[in-house]
Design a protein around this ligand. Structure first.
Ligand code: TXA
Ligand code: MG
Length: 325
């Protein structure tokens, strides 16, 4: 006989939004409605919670995630907002627009939401449930679409339950999403704004408001939907020092990026996870790569990481880091 699993779908009333906010503060995942699609939310300042998002989605690589905040001023705490960014935010937030902007130097967001890069994608959702959740959780929420990697984005709580039901503490049911397609993603990192993903807000609208040309990224599409080769549009974080994989030990001058309980001695060393926990390793990956990427070392020797679960995404990123420039 099959076991009856209680549904994790709850009405989006104050009681349940409050419970969801508490779960998020404890590092658990909650699916929440936005006006575009349902998000898979986790505390964007908590590396372990962000690692759990990648794990739940079953993604074979770390692509950066959108961070949801409650307001423009909340966004300004994490990113350097140019005049263009402020103009777009004032017009389209809250709403279906995501801005890719530079992280502030003192940014408290997990590096994993940025896949190690110096930029972050920020959005203020308009859905009242998302707004209430952000206010009660009192933290920014990383929130990719709440589907398994490669599947269609969910627009009802039932879709989320079918795909990710056992991966989340709660699914807040805010009814079907009004817009139903993901937000427009625009990068403001270069002099000319670049549309990375089309959505409800068009490039023409953005160009009109800013009074200048908007570049349309080639092969535009959602990375996740496979329409776009990751790395074509995203410049991935890569250390300056050479990276050597499958290392047994560090050579003189090298720093060691270790994994697991049995570690050879090294002068400069970080351990992704002394217990061999892949979620912990993912949470530490980008911060540790940066820490070891020092001018006084000749290279980074990386011990093997198993190719299971999040290890697949970790190895994908280590392979990229090791690939010649
Ligand atoms: O409507 C939406 O945007 C939904 C709802 C839940 O807010 N979220 C969503 O998130 O679709 P996600 O993580 O599935 O899509 C994020 C998109 C990806 O195409 C990703 O490559 C891009 O934004 N992105 C995120 N951070 C980026 C960055 N730092 N640089 C360039 N692209 C970035
Ligand atoms: Mg998605």
């Amino acid at each position: 006989m099959s076991k009856i699993v209680p549904s994790r779908i709850f009405p989006a009333d104050l009681q349940h939004i409050t419970a969801a906010a508490k779960a998020l503060q404890q590092g658990l995942l909650v699916s929440f409605p936005t006006e575009t699609v349902y998000g898979l939310g986790g505390d964007a300042t908590n590396d372990r919670a962000v690692a759990a998002i990648y794990e739940a989605k079953g993604r074979p690589s770390f692509n950066p995630l959108i961070v949801h905040v409650g307001s423009l001023s909340a966004a300004a705490a994490f990113a350097d907002l140019s005049p263009d960014a402020v103009t777009l935010a004032r017009k389209f937030w809250p709403g279906p627009l995501t801005l890719v902007v530079p992280r502030r130097r003192d940014c408290r967001l997990s590096l994993l939401v940025s896949a190690g890069m110096d930029s972050v994608a920020l959005r203020v959702p308009a859905h009242p449930t998302a707004q209430a959740l952000l206010m009660l959780a009192e933290r920014p929420l990383a929130g990719p679409s709440a589907n398994q990697s490669g599947r269609i984005s969910p627009t009802t709580a039932q879709h989320v339950e079918e795909g990710l039901g056992d991966k989340v503490a709660m699914i807040l049911d805010g009814g079907p999403c009004r817009i139903g397609v993901e937000s427009t993603v625009i990068s403001l990192l270069d002099a000319t704004p670049t549309l990375l993903r089309p959505g409800g807000i068009s490039a023409e609208e953005i160009a009109g408001l800013l009074g200048r040309r908007v570049e349309i990224a080639p092969a535009v599409g959602d990375i996740e939907a496979g329409l776009q080769g990751p790395g074509r549009l995203l410049s991935h974080y890569a250390p300056d020092r050479p990276v050597r994989l499958n290392a047994v030990s560090a050579a003189p001058g090298e720093a060691l990026l270790a994994f697991g309980p049995e570690v050879p001695p090294a002068k400069v060393m970080c351990n992704l996870s002394a217990t061999g926990d892949l979620n912990e390793a993912a949470a530490n990956l980008f911060a540790m790569l940066r820490e070891l990427d020092r001018p006084d070392i000749s290279g980074i020797a990386v011990m093997p990481v198993p190719m299971t679960g999040l290890g697949i995404a970790i190895n994908d990123r280590l392979n990229r880091a090791a690939a010649p420039g």
